[in-house]
Design a protein around this ligand. Sequence first.
Ligand code: HEM
Length: 288
Amino acid sequence: MPLTGSLSPAPRQPGPLVRRHALWTRATHWSWALCIAFLVPSGLQIFNAHPVLYWGQESGFGYDNAVLRIMAVETPAGLRGRTEILGHGFDTTGLLGLSGPAERPQSRGFPAWSTLPSYRDLGTGRVIHFFFAWLLAATLALWFLGSLLNGHLRRDILPRPRDLRALPADIASHARLRFHRAAEYGALQKLSYGAVLGIVLPVIVLTGLTMSPTMNAAWPWLLDLFGGRQSARTLHFVAAFLLLAFLAVHLLMVLLAGPLNELRAMITGWYRTDPPAPAAMKGRDHDR
Ligand code: HEM
């Protein structure tokens, strides 16, 4: 006899579909995703023209202010790729400094598969990079304007005291891979999206502008803000790698939280939330 009745829990119905992302949010999101897909590999092409980062105003052979250096060095075992970070050296053959087919390795900063174009072409790399850099700057400005006007910034991004109180519980449920599908962002989402949109992306755009001689003439305060063009270049690089780290976690979270529902929300705006909690659980569900 089938065991139906009061002992078996009733199957939970899917929760309601809610409108989660405004058109403005979705359009700007896909615009910066596209920009970053072109900016990162074209940026690595530009970096490869001089794969050294400095701190301060000066750069060159006469100075001892390199914080990162990627090179190929002659060793008793033959040519090797070597990366030095703050004076600590690592053998990075195959990835940084020396990469490519074993029979014809190339001495280059980042490998061919990570740069755009894959072959050495600084001119094309710069054209692609500057085009998408302006598109990213415009997208970011539009996002701020739209999000101020439609209340997205205040309502969904800026964390409130109750978000900060919910943070430890939100971290714990993420660590247990338990994702609560609610209409609003959780504490961790607000903080990470806020940090990316309010700090990392603006730092990338402003340090990029600091490296432009035209901008140095127009807005010399940028050089003071970032401690010179070489420091700005280093910060630009560090912020770009922070963005890549965010992106890796972001994509992992989208995959774990249910990619179809998450992607539908970022494309159409509609998001399937969790069913309402049963009465006995109400009050224990602290997330969001
Ligand atoms: C490439 C750089 C990317 C950056 C910097 C980025 C950043 C962000 C930010 C800041 C938000 C919140 C937007 C807001 O509320 O205004 C967001 C949301 C979202 N992103 Fe991305 N994203 C990127 C790429 C992607 C990609 C490639 C995917 C999918 C494959 C994706 C999927 C999503 C989804 C589904 C959301 C909504 C999350 C939710 O509602 O919980 N993102 N992203």
